[in-house]
Design a binder for this molecule. Sequence first.
Ligand SMILES: [Zn+2]
Length: 484
Amino acid sequence: MAYEALYTRGRPKTLSQLVGQEHISNALARAISSNRLSHAYLLVGTRGTGKTSTARLLSKAMNCERVHDAQTSGRALDRKEIPCNKCDSCQNFDSSPDNVEFDAASNRSVEDVTRLLSTAYLAPLRARVKTFIIDEVHMLSFEAVNSILKLIEEPPPNVAFFLATTELNKVPMTIRSRCQVLNFRLIPQTTIAPYLLTLARRLKVTLHEDAAKKIARLAEGSMRDALTYLDQCYAMSDKEITLDNVNETLGLISDENLDDIISAVKAKDRAAVGKAITRAFRSGLAANVIAESLITRLRDIEFDMLDRNEKNFAELDKIIDALRTATGEMYGSGIPDIILEMALMKLVAPVQNFVATPLPVVQTSAPSKNLDEGRKIFYDVVNFLSAEDRTVTATTDAAAVTNFADDTLTLVFRSDALANVFKKNQRQFEQAAAQVAGRAIKFSVVVDVNLPPPVLNKMSEPYRSNLVGAMKIFNATDATKVSD
Ligand SMILES: [Zn+2]
């Protein structure tokens, strides 16, 4: 016998089995009991939330003999008996010529749709009610929409329409206003995971709880996706599905690896970040998949924190933001791995890094007094730090190196404000300079309001004098605008 997918086997057989949409199944059960069903329904919701399943259950129920008996005798029906699945009508539903189903996304030609819809005007062959289930109704052509509209406005006797869509905004208002709208919710993880466990027990498969939770999380509210994932894992495993099976089968990075990366970033431990991210790359996963998995994991951690009433998300949000930006930069880039690695490294403050892996500092007895060497050290340090965090070096464009003696760099700023910003990061500069120069370098910060604008500092004579002259003529105070 051919293998039947869980997605098919897990399909609800009665309204009571419609998972995560109790607001809909309860309302429909009441409408059926009191014989107040509409002839046109618009089923709205994300893929895999149960729209088509519900349409089939309703089609079946409209023709179910036991449902009909209950309606006639005025007996209230339980969701478990809608439909009965035992009467002739229910048993033959799958092959019934009176239930027409099509996907507007694949059968969009006007001729196709007109042909299918024209049968609405013919009396049902065997059934009590002829039913039309049209998936992705927003994909229909203008003409097809018009013929449906005509059918809904003046419905032939004993016909019902179930129009399903994932995009309500693309369904014409004329259709929406003539249908009873059923809004399908995303199914919460906390509903999907227990359902998967129950299903697995029924199939005599050992499904580990953490594996079920992981699948539920990946499904993002879609039961169909959850069942498809479970199916894939089931096919690849031997009657037992563990979290490792799930990660392996679905090509996912393990939570343990993700947590290692996150804790290394939080601990500002550059070496550990490098080690953990290398391990993730070795598993053969694309950088964008790793980044997205990290974002999902961080979101889960935040949800757990919310449960514990913890509200300090700033640190985790910062990591999520950096990963989001990195993911955007990866598209079309030839170096996605490096982009991801750099994004994580940037979160690890350089100052901590120097503490963690100090280079040997060589003390020299004969310090250089060469200004050029001082400038070279300074701009190497600026480049080095800029690669890590551009905000640390933001003010250095406005600074001038005026002296370098006894391993002390004299740095001149035009204002106290600029100098103070530099002083905040001075330690980082000194540590970076020690690495660049191979010995301890000190910074002496001086404020000189007469310092020429930054562009001038880098200009050679006679251009510098000419520009200063021109600025005087035009009474300009800022030369940066003429630098382009
Ligand atoms: Zn029945």
